[in-house]
Design a protein. Structure first.
Length: 349
């Protein structure tokens, strides 16, 4: 890959950093879209409506009445149907099927939009030296995220399960957002290379790494909130059912069970760890402003401010689907803004 990248012989055009950056930003936008669709799929209890994984034939949805009935019959065999959707009609089933089908179709589309142009850029020798393997690694990470998605679904199809395992949900979501950050970072490196052929990739500074790690933990707990339906523990803020800390939902749980499986504890950590993230992002944004990247600083402040307000509103209003999905959208945008800020500091630090 790298040997191809640095050669411009034959029919190749030579390195084209700007073209690759635009392509990566398109992929990033699509990942933001699938994060939102994935959130809606979870919030509407649609994720287990398709009980099989057919990478090729699954592209085509049911087309006849018999095919729809067969899909519905498959769904009625799993425990979630009896526990959550018992008595639903075929027409209602089509509603939840749509979200899961759209989610999988968009995932396949993203894979194609990433893989096929990557091959084309490589054949045309348009990938700058040093970026070939990074792009391949990002593609592999996207594939791994898809595998995590199926493992997540499979966890909810096991006997006795009525929903996907929260741990697999968190792994699936966080891998998608980590991939998003890697794609945006690489695109920004390519834009810098377009401006200056001698430019080197930005480095990750200690402060940026700390802020990113804190945000990563917050994203993990956000996913656990969704998986455990922890947003329904209370409709109050800043108190939780009249107290600062309402106590654990499950008595006699282990430390790990309390930290990662208990809805009340997970909710408590998610709402207050947010302020640790905010503090670190404020410091990072100040460094970004000093580095002369004021738009990135504004983006970080806008994203985390909006995200905090949306999080509070989601709790107050009882987790409406549209508002929770908007909260997840802004979470993805916060990842992009933080990546932009970290990259700006890494370019000048």
């Amino acid at each position: 890959m790298e040997a191809v990248a640095i050669t411009s012989a034959g029919s190749g055009r030579g390195p084209a950093p700007r073209a690759l950056a635009i392509w990566l930003f398109v992929v990033a936008a699509m990942i933001v879209g699938i994060v939102v669709i994935g959130g809606i799929t979870r919030l509407t209890e649609s994720g287990l409506s398709i009980t099989r994984w057919d990478p090729v034939t699954g592209i085509v949805p049911p087309l006849s009445a018999a095919e729809w009935q067969a899909e519905f019959d498959h769904y009625r065999q799993i425990d979630q149907y009896a526990a959550i959707h018992a008595g639903m009609t075929l027409q209602q089933f089509k509603g939840i099927f749509f979200w899961e089908y759209f989610h999988r179709l968009l995932a396949r589309t993203i894979g194609s939009v990433f893989a096929l142009p990557l091959i084309w850029f490589a054949v045309r020798r348009m990938i700058p030296a040093g970026y070939g393997w990074r792009l391949v690694a990002l593609l592999a990470l996207g594939g791994l995220q898809g595998a995590f998605g199926w493992l997540m679904v499979r966890s909810g199809l096991q006997p006795g399960m009525v929903e996907v395992a929260p741990g697999w949900l968190a792994t699936h979501l966080v891998t998608a957002l980590f991939t998003l950050a890697g794609i945006v970072w690489t695109a920004l490196d390519l834009l810098a290379l377009e401006r200056d052929p001698a430019a080197r990739p930005a480095r990750l500074t200690p402060l940026a790494a700390l802020a990113g790690a804190a945000l990563l933990l917050q994203l993990v707990y956000g996913a656990l909130m969704a998986g455990l339906r922890a947003g329904h523990v209370t409709d109050q803020w800043p108190l939780m059912n009249g107290t600062l800390f309402p106590g654990a939902s499950h008595a006699h749980a282990s430390i790990g069970g309390l930290l990662f499986d208990d809805p009340a504890v997970v909710h408590f950590i998610h709402r207050w760890w947010a302020w640790v993230v905010v503090a670190l992002l404020v410091v990072l944004a100040r460094q970004v402003r000093k580095a002369g990247a004021r738009p990135a600083s504004i983006a970080v402040h806008t994203a985390f401010g909006t995200q905090v307000l949306l999080g509070i509103a989601v709790v107050w209003l009882g987790v409406p689907v549209w508002l929770a999905a908007l909260h997840q959208l802004v979470g993805a945008l916060l990842v992009i803004a933080t990546t932009w800020a970290a990259h700006a500091v890494g370019r000048t630090g």
